[in-house]
Design a protein around this ligand. Structure first.
Ligand SMILES: Nc1nc2c(ncn2[C@@H]2O[C@H](COP(=O)(O)OP(=O)(O)OP(=O)(O)O)[C@@H](O)[C@H]2O)c(=O)[nH]1
Ligand SMILES: [Mg+2]
Length: 422
C-alpha cells in the first residue's frame, strides 16, 4: 500500500471539432453545381468512470495530461468527417472531482460504473452545404470546428466507510480492524505504522455488513497539518459513525480523557459537523491495564481488548446499531453529483472606452467561419447575431454608434441603424 495516492491533478482536453468544408458540385454534366461541403466530425469527449479495479490515483502522477481525439474535417461530395473517439479515464470508487482553480465540486463518483463527462468535445463545423438558402445560393463559407474544452481537475479519493476508527497513533486501530474484519494491515509497536487508510468489511450475520476504515493516527495539530493524520481527516468526513479509540496503555501517559479531548478538538477544527456525527468511544488494550489502574486513569467507559477479544463483540454490536440508525436516516447515497453550468448564450463585457467584447459559446460560434470576408458570410453573421438577441444586449450594455465590438478575433463597428453589425 505504499503507493496509495489519494489525490492527484489531472488536465483533460476534449477533441476539437473537425472543420466544415467549402465545396461545389462539378463532376460530369453538373457545372457550377450546388454546395456539397460536408460537416466536420465532433471532437471526442473525456469521461471519468469509477472502476473498482482501480485502487489509487497513482497513474495520474506521471501522466496528468489526457486528451480525446479530434473530429475529422468534412470533405467535398457531402462527406462528413468522422467523430473523434471519446476517452474514458478510470478512477477509483469514491473519487471526488473538483475544479482545480475554483475548488468547486464537479462530480462524485461513488460506485463502479458511475460516469461523468469532464469535458465535451468541440462541435464539428458545418460544411457550406448547410448554409444554402433561397437568398444564399452559393455559400462560400463553412464553419470551423469548435475547440474541445480543456480544464484542470483535482481528484481526491474519499473513502466511504460506515465506521471510521479514530485515535492517537499506536492506539490499536489496525489491530482492531484485523480482528473484526478480513483486513490485514501492518501492526507494530510504534506510532504511525499505518500510513494510508485500510478498509475492512465486518459481517455480523447474513445481510448485516458494514465497512470500517482504519485511519492513520491523529495527533494534536493534525487539523493544521501536523503528523500524518491531516491528509486523512477528509476520509473521516465520509464515515457515518466515528469510533474514538483511546489508548488505555499509552506509554506517553496521556490519559483517555485527554486523548478524547484532543481528538474531538482536531475533528471539530477540521470540520465542525464531525462533532455531530454519531460516535462511540472505547478504551483499548484492556488486557494491559488492571482494574485499579482504570480507576486511576479515570476511565469508566467501555473497554476492549483486541488481544484477548474481550469487549469486541459488544463493540461490534454497538457499531452495527449506530450504522443501522444512520443508514435509515440517510438511506440514499447522493449518487453522482454533476454541476456543470452550460457556457452557452452570450454576454457583453466592456473592455475599454468604446470597446466591448461579446462572449459565449453561441456568439463565438457565429463568427467561427472559415472566411468572414465574403458578403454572404457577413449577411449570415448579421442574421444569426440578430437572432441571438445581441442587439438588445448591446443597447442595454450602453454601446453607442462607432464603438468597436469584438467576438473572438472578429471585430466590427456598431451602427444602431444597421442593426448592429458590419
Ligand atoms: N496488549 C495489547 N496490545 C495491543 C492491543 N491492540 C493493539 N496492541 C498493540 O499496540 C501496538 C499498536 O497497535 P496498532 O494496531 O498498530 O495501532 P494503530 O492505532 O493502528 O497505530 P498507528 O497505525 O501507528 O496509528 C501494537 O504493538 C499492538 O500489538 C490490545 O488490545 N492489547
Ligand atoms: Mg495502524
Amino acid at each position: 500500500m505504499s503507493d496509495f495516492v489519494d489525490e492527484a491533478q489531472l488536465n483533460v482536453r476534449a477533441g476539437d471539432g473537425g472543420a466544415g468544408c467549402v465545396s461545389f458540385r462539378r463532376e460530369g454534366p453538373v457545372v457550377n453545381g450546388g454546395p456539397n461541403g460536408g460537416d466536420g466530425g465532433n471532437g471526442g469527449d473525456v469521461w471519468l468512470v469509477a472502476d473498482h479495479n482501480v485502487a489509487s490515483l497513482l497513474a495520474f502522477r506521471d501522466h496528468p495530461h489526457r486528451r480525446a481525439s479530434n473530429g475529422v474535417h468534412g470533405k467535398g461530395k457531402d462527406l462528413h468527417g468522422r467523430r473523434g473517439e471519446s476517452l474514458e479515464i478510470t478512477v477509483p470508487e469514491g473519487t471526488v472531482v473538483t475544479d482545480m482553480y475554483s475548488g468547486e465540486t464537479l462530480a462524485e463518483l461513488y460506485s463502479h460504473g458511475d460516469r461523468w463527462m469532464a469535458v465535451a468535445g468541440g462541435r464539428g463545423g458545418r460544411g457550406n452545404a448547410r448554409f444554402l438558402s433561397n437568398r444564399r445560393r452559393a455559400p462560400t463559407f463553412a464553419e470551423q470546428g469548435e475547440h474541445g474544452e480543456e480544464r484542470w481537475l483535482r481528484l481526491e479519493i474519499r473513502l466511504m466507510a460506515d465506521v471510521a476508527l479514530v485515535g492517537f497513533p499506536n492506539a490499536g486501530k489496525s489491530t482492531l480492524i484485523s480482528v473484526i474484519s478480513a483486513a490485514k494491515p501492518k501492526i507494530a509497536d510504534y506510532p504511525f505504522t499505518t500510513l494510508s487508510p485500510n478498509l475492512g468489511v465486518v459481517s455480523i450475520d447474513e445481510g448485516t455488513e458494514f465497512v470500517v476504515a482504519d485511519i492513520p493516527g491523529l495527533i494534536e495539530g493534525a487539523s493544521e497539518g501536523r503528523g500524518l493524520g491531516h491528509r486523512f481527516l477528509r476520509h473521516i468526513e465520509r464515515a457515518r459513525v466515528l469510533c474514538l479509540m483511546l489508548d488505555l496503555a499509552s506509554v506517553e501517559g496521556v490519559s483517555p480523557a485527554e486523548q478524547e479531548e484532543t481528538l474531538l478538538a482536531e475533528l471539530g477544527a477540521y470540520r465542525p459537523e464531525l462533532l455531530e456525527r454519531p460516535r462511540l468511544v472505547v478504551g483499548t488494550k484492556a488486557d494491559a491495564v488492571q482494574p485499579d489502574e482504570l480507576e486511576r486513569l479515570g476511565w469508566n467507559g467501555p473497554v476492549v481488548s483486541a488481544v484477548t477479544g474481550s469487549g469486541v463483540r459488544e463493540l461490534v454490536g454497538r457499531m452495527a446499531s449506530l450504522v443501522h440508525e444512520a443508514r435509515s436516516e440517510f438511506p440514499e447515497r447522493e449518487g453522482v453529483v454533476v454541476l456543470r453550468p452550460e457556457a452557452t448564450g452570450a454576454a457583453v463585457e466592456r473592455i475599454d472606452d468604446g470597446e466591448f467584447r461579446l462572449v459565449g459559446r453561441d456568439v463565438e460560434r457565429v463568427v467561427a467561419l472559415n472566411d468572414v470576408t465574403t458578403p454572404e458570410a457577413l449577411a449570415y453573421i448579421d442574421e444569426r447575431l440578430e437572432r441571438l438577441g445581441v442587439n438588445r444586449m448591446l443597447t442595454r450594455a450602453g454601446v453607442s454608434d462607432g464603438d468597436v465590438i469584438w467576438i473572438g478575433d472578429f471585430s466590427f463597428e456598431y451602427r444602431s441603424d444597421l442593426g448592429g453589425s458590419r
